[in-house]
Design a protein. Structure first.
Length: 319
């Protein structure tokens, strides 16, 4: 009889500890929910600024509504901002043309997507102080006809393009005699077109050249900024963070945080992004067991724990 009492006492203590534990975890979860996540809009398809990957390696953050993650220079800047604001960063993967509507509608809190604060965009949203300044180039195959171009008049007949909806496409107009091919939606599409010979080159920032060269050494970058007569407004050469009009509090917070990020730190983050960006042929596949445990480990362990508890209760009841 005393043995059964001791067994039941132990069982009650175990159940009580589990209930307390579950209650504590539930309270923690509810507390976390009170802190609204910082929703960042980006394409997650513009390395090294931002890209999509299958794991949370190298400090990647979740993409809302999927089992994928986003990483890159923009993501690391977003994480610094999120940390200072005590808000978890979540990426809302959005097509380039949909970024401004997503911000103005309140679907996202910030646009951190390698975006320049052009006068046209300022009509719809506000922008932070710049977090990067770029140089513009034409990316061309090393053995291409226009690889040795030195001036704006050296691109006659060149079939050039740039990303849709960006300043880059308008810059082609300054290259006298160049033929503007239809703008493309992504850099991956332009890279493929360059390799296939569909185009002679495309206009982008120097960081795209650095990024692409890591997987294709057979390209060169013709620097437009050094060419006599090339003109670009200051606001078009910088990259800033988009903030919804009227949200002055968040804009002031973002500017204050950016002010505390040194140029050295920014250069380190970009160098890291160039190094870690996805390589041609895709990223290394994750071990299937580790992938399952990473995604569903908490559920599996919870199920195992409940099974053991039921087994223990059944064993005790059988005495």
């Amino acid at each position: 009889m005393k043995s059964k009492i001791r067994w039941f006492g132990a069982l009650l203590a175990l159940i009580l500890s589990l209930v307390i534990g579950f209650s504590f975890n539930s309270n923690q979860t509810e507390a976390a929910k009170k802190e609204a996540p910082l929703k960042i809009g980006m394409e997650a398809n513009y390395p090294p600024y931002n890209w999509t990957q299958t794991t949370d390696a190298n400090g990647a953050v979740p993409i809302d509504g999927s089992k994928q993650y986003a990483n890159g220079y923009d993501v690391q800047i977003a994480k610094i901002i999120g940390k200072k604001l005590h808000r978890k960063v979540v990426v809302e993967k959005t097509e380039w043309d949909g970024l401004l509507p997503a911000l103005t509608s309140g679907k996202i809190d910030l646009i951190i997507a390698g975006m320049s604060p052009t006068a046209e965009r300022r009509k719809a949203i506000n922008f932070s102080e710049p977090y990067r300044k770029g140089t513009f180039v034409v990316i061309i195959n090393k053995d291409g006809k226009f690889a040795q171009a030195k001036g704006l008049n050296d691109f006659k007949g060149a079939k050039l393009t740039a990303q849709q909806g960006t300043l880059h496409y308008d810059l082609i107009k300054q290259l006298h005699g160049a033929k503007r091919e239809p703008a493309m939606r992504s850099f991956s599409a332009m890279r493929q077109s360059l390799q296939s010979g569909t185009i002679d080159g495309y206009v982008a920032e120097d960081i795209e050249y650095q990024s692409y060269k890591t997987v294709n050494p057979n390209i060169v970058a013709v620097n437009l900024n050094k060419m006599q007569g090339f003109h670009i407004p200051y606001e078009d050469s910088i990259t800033s963070i988009g903030v919804k009009k009227g949200n002055t509090e968040l804009l002031d917070q973002v500017n204050s945080i950016l002010k505390g990020i040194s140029n050295k730190k920014r250069d380190q983050l970009m160098a890291q992004a160039v190094k870690e960006q996805p390589q041609a042929g895709g990223s290394k596949k994750e071990n299937w067991f580790m992938s399952i445990m990473r995604r569903y480990g908490s559920m599996i362990l919870g199920g195992v724990g409940m099974t053991l508890l039921l087994a223990l209760v059944g064993t005790i009841a059988g005495f």
